[in-house]
Design a protein. Structure first.
Length: 144
């Protein structure tokens, strides 16, 4: 049996920083972690929304890769919290993942946070493209 490889296509400005992968599915969490590490992030994982929210509040997070449907606190609730109570000068980029790709994000929660949605199963190329599309160059710092 051969182990599948993940080839990361080159990105002009290779991202980096701290990422959180939040998913109640172990396989999805480990796959997201492996992809983001391959791309250049240092990754922390959370097995539910409550843990993810705590990490976002405690650490300077650059990227949150988050399942939308989790027990307890959902990905959309985490996004709403980031919008209402920013804890960092720069908000993390948020990539929401779903197996049900009929989601429309409420514009009320997306006007300040860079956010996009990806369908599961994730591919490293789709993840790279989403990150490349979420640029921080035009964002002003959030007031303290």
């Amino acid at each position: 049996m051969t182990t599948p490889t993940m080839s990361a296509a080159p990105i002009e400005n290779k991202p980096g920083g701290l990422a959180i992968v939040a998913d109640d599915g172990y396989v999805e969490r480990m796959l997201g972690r492996a992809m983001l590490e391959k791309i250049g992030y240092t990754v922390t994982t959370a097995e539910n929304g409550t843990q993810a929210l705590r990490l976002v509040q405690e650490q300077h997070v650059d990227l949150l890769l988050c399942d939308i449907q989790m027990p307890g606190v959902t990905g959309l609730e985490i996004l709403a919290h980031i919008e209402r109570f920013p804890t960092h000068r720069l908000r993390p980029m948020v990539i929401l993942c779903t197996g049900h790709f009929d989601l429309e994000l409420d514009p009320e929660y997306c006007h300040q946070t860079l956010v996009t949605c990806l369908a599961k199963p994730l591919s490293i190329r789709a993840l790279q493209m989403a990150i490349a599309g979420l640029t921080r160059t035009d964002r002003a710092p959030t007031p303290d």
